[in-house]
Every structure is written in C-alpha cells, then in structure tokens.
Design a protein around this ligand. Structure first.
Ligand code: AMP
Ligand code: MN
Ligand code: MN
Ligand code: MN
Length: 286
C-alpha cells in the first residue's frame, strides 16, 4: 500500500488544485492520500468530487495542518482522519484564517516600512478563497525582484525574527489536539526535525505533546538523512507515538514527490493501522 499523509493544494500554499493533486497521486500510484492544507479543509470536497469521476482507486483522508505557537516556535500539528464537516472545527479554522489575515497585514505593514508597498493586496490575488501564508508573500517579493530567490524572502524578511516577521497569536498545542480529537481525528507533530531547535527542546516539545494526548509524529520525509530518520524513529518509540509518513508535497520538484522514499522501520506503529477507512486493504500491507 502506497501512502502519503501530508500534502497541500492551492487552498493554502500548494501550487496544484485539488483535482491536479489527485491526478498526480494517480500518476504516482498512491493508494492513500491525506490532504493537509494549512488551517483549512476546503480542498477535500473538490478532491473527492473529482476522485468520484475516476476509475483508479484512491482513498482520500481528511486532514489539516494546524499552526500553533509553543515557546516562540510555530509548531505545525497534523490532524488526520477527522470529520471535516464538524461545525466546531469549521469555526475554529475560520478563526485561524482571521489570524492568518491579521498576521499577513502586519507583516506587509513592516514590509511597507522597508519601502516595499502594497504586498498584501498583491498576495491576496493569488490566495483566492484559500489561506494566506508566508509563501504567498514570498512569491510577491520574488515576482517584484525584491529578492532573487523564494528562500531569500525568508532569509531576509519573513523568517523567524527577520525584518518583516510577526509572531502571531496562534493557538497552543493542547488546543489543536483538542480540536482534532473532538472532530474524531488523530493529532501528530508535523516535520519535528525542521524546527531549528536543540534536541533538548525537541524532547520537551514531544513530551508536552504526549502529555496533552497527542497521538503521533512524522518520522520521515523524502530528503531526510538516515541519521535524522533514526533519531525520529527512536523518539517515536520512546514516547510511544505512532508513525506518520508524508512528503509535505507543495508542488512537483526534484526534491519532493508524492509517496516517494517514505519507508519506515518495522519497529514503528503506523498511525493508520487501525483506520476503518482502510479496512479494504490487506492487513499486512496496512
Ligand atoms: P506560514 O504557515 O504562513 O507561516 O507559512 C509557512 C510556509 O511557508 C511553510 O509551510 C513552507 O511552505 C513555507 N516556508 C516556511 N519557511 C520557509 C523557508 N525558510 N523557505 C522556504 N519556504 C518556507
Ligand atoms: Mn506550506
Ligand atoms: Mn508545516
Ligand atoms: Mn505542510
């Protein structure tokens, strides 16, 4: 069974539409795909409607990547296999959406102070009905030639504590876990190796996440070094967290692809092993 539990569409900072993402999942021979846009589940309806017209099977898992704040870090929590129609969840994500807009406006006000005017309105054109992210702002800076690379926009302006950075009032980790659980899903720490924190802090993060009832953590990524992968597997086992595998796919590139290089150690318990939605698959496969 080929599975990928972390992907984005143009409803947040992914480049593909939900239909295009599903088409790509077919091309890559995926059996299971979770769509996990930043603080929105809007892509799921389009993705399912398109999948219903297709011959090739694909199980689409409802997901979301929730932004939280923890000791000055933006920590992303994946909510997986949840009910995206739950009214409370819809309300909570609408609140996150407002936080995103407020933060983007504040960041763009900081950019204006650096002489870079009108970025918010320009970014909103590409956001459409989705969620604004720093990636949208970065793209405007690249398009205008303010920076020469996308990465450069983060290094100079948008990254943590850079010139246009704003630390938003995101919810805390416990709240995100509670939202996911009350919508019937499981909660997992996204890309634990990418937070630029020392191992002592990572352990503290995982410890608190477990204390608040968190279920799993991502243990691999298409480009992850073997040593990092081994460390994450060790931590998942030590803290009794289930394993999540995902490419964090935003667009096709040399480095990331749906469902590629996501194999995990057999010592780990996959978070999806008891999901009813996958009951048609052979138990050994799952
Ligand atoms: P946001 O959720 O609005 O804070 O935006 C975060 C998104 O921006 C991430 O999901 C990445 O897709 C992208 N991003 C964040 N930091 C970087 C970086 N240093 N380089 C490239 N993309 C980044
Ligand atoms: Mn992103
Ligand atoms: Mn993320
Ligand atoms: Mn992501």
């Amino acid at each position: 069974m080929k599975i990928d539990l972390h992907s984005h569409t143009h409803y947040s900072d992914g480049h593909l539409s939900p239909q295009e993402l599903v088409m790509r999942a077919h091309q890559m021979q995926l059996d299971v795909l979770a769509i996990t846009d930043h603080d929105t589940t809007q892509a799921l309806a389009d993705a399912r409607a398109y999948q219903d017209t297709q011959k090739r099977a694909l199980t689409i898992i409802s997901g979301v990547e929730i932004t939280t704040r923890w000791h000055g870090f933006d920590i992303h929590i994946l909510g997986l296999n949840l009910d995206e129609h739950q009214p409370a969840l819809i309300n909570h994500l609408a609140m996150q959406s407002q936080t995103r807009i407020d933060r983007a406006q504040q960041m763009c006000a900081k950019l204006a102070k650096c002489g870079i005017e009108g970025v918010f309105d320009e970014a909103m054109v590409t956001v459409g009905q989705g969620q604004i992210t720093r990636a949208h702002i970065a793209q405007v800076l690249v398009n205008r030639g303010v920076v020469s690379t996308f990465q450069g926009a983060f290094t100079k302006y948008l990254g943590k504590d850079k010139r246009a950075y704003v630390s938003a009032h995101w919810i805390d980790i416990a709240t995100a876990i509670q939202w996911v659980h009350s919508a019937g899903g499981v909660a997992a720490i996204a890309h634990p190796a990418s937070y630029d924190m020392k191992i002592k802090w990572l352990r503290r993060l995982i410890g608190e996440f477990v204390l608040h009832g968190g279920d799993g953590m991502e243990v691999t990524h298409p480009n992850m070094q073997a040593t990092k992968k081994a460390l994450l597997a060790e931590l998942a086992i030590e803290y009794n967290l289930k394993a999540v595998v995902g490419s964090d796919f935003h667009f096709p590139s040399r480095w990331t692809e749906l469902g590629k290089r996501l194999a995990i150690s057999p010592e780990l318990t996959p978070i999806w092993h008891n999901w009813d939605v996958l009951s048609q698959f052979n138990k050994e496969d799952v």
